[in-house]
Write a protein that binds this ligand. Structure first.
Ligand SMILES: [Ca+2]
Length: 249
């Protein structure tokens, strides 16, 4: 039975489900490098604890083609179980990486340095030269070395599942990150985000040190009315597989 694509939370808040998948079955994503769907554990493996891996995974979402300027994204991740590197990045308004760079580059660019353009929320568990700390969550732009805002936490490498909600407002330049229900970053660029590219996905990497980097479930909701960041905590966990078609607008 078709699902209704809109949900009116209050008279002034309208949220559309753009994509939601719990990964209980293979989400059939576009994947590069070391990424694969683990059918036994029913999650997405970005890297195993193997040296010099790079992963990039893309959802069937082009924010620009869909006309999405404000959205909420939600997922669960787990990092650990190896010797300690390098991290996961959730990428949005991003160019499409198809040959993901390894190590501290965590699949945010191709190996030749191309396709870096765009934003990421990074879960970094290895301190590279320009990193603020050994373990941090950061908003990055165009490079893993360009930290717009960051928050130090051991939750990027404790081998436990963590729940992430991101709220992005392209027209105002606001990016908010909730980790396990706590707002840890509230960044305001003060100007519109660079939306030259519209792809949405994940990257990860290992280098001389390793970790498991896995993701469980992903949902993206466009926020069309109201103040989206206020409604973020009201969203439930990612629902079973559902892609709304046709696209918005
Ligand atoms: Ca790093």
């Amino acid at each position: 039975m078709p699902q209704t694509p809109t949900r009116l939370l209050t008279p002034t808040r309208l949220v559309r489900i753009v994509y939601t998948h719990d990964f209980e079955t293979d989400p059939g994503l576009e994947m590069y490098g070391s990424a694969y769907y683990d059918a036994d554990n029913r999650y997405l493996v970005l890297t195993e604890p193997v040296n010099d891996q790079g992963a990039a995974v893309w959802f069937p979402i082009d924010l620009n083609a869909l006309g999405i300027r404000r959205f909420v994204a939600r997922f669960k991740y787990r990092i650990g179980g190896g010797t300690g590197a390098d991290g996961i990045v959730f990428m949005f308004f991003h160019n499409k990486v198809t040959d993901p760079a390894t190590g501290g580059k965590i699949g945010f660019c191709n190996k030749d340095g191309s396709a870096c353009e765009g934003y990421g929320v990074q879960f970094d568990c290895w301190k590279n030269d320009l990193d603020p700390s050994e373990r941090h969550v950061a908003i990055i732009k165009d490079s893993v070395d360009n930290h717009l805002a960051y928050y130090n936490t051991d939750k990027v490498e404790d081998n436990e599942w963590h729940d992430v909600v991101d709220y992005v407002e392209a027209d105002t330049g606001r990016i908010v990150v909730f980790l396990d229900g706590e707002k840890i970053i509230d960044y305001d660029a003060g100007s519109p985000l660079d939306t030259a590219y519209g792809y949405v996905g994940f990257g990860a990497g290992t280098g001389g040190a390793t970790n498991w980097h896995v993701v469980k479930g992903f949902a993206l909701y466009s926020v069309e009315l109201g103040t989206g960041h206020e409604l973020v905590p009201r969203l439930g966990t990612p629902a079973p597989s559902r892609i709304i078609s046709p696209p918005l607008r």
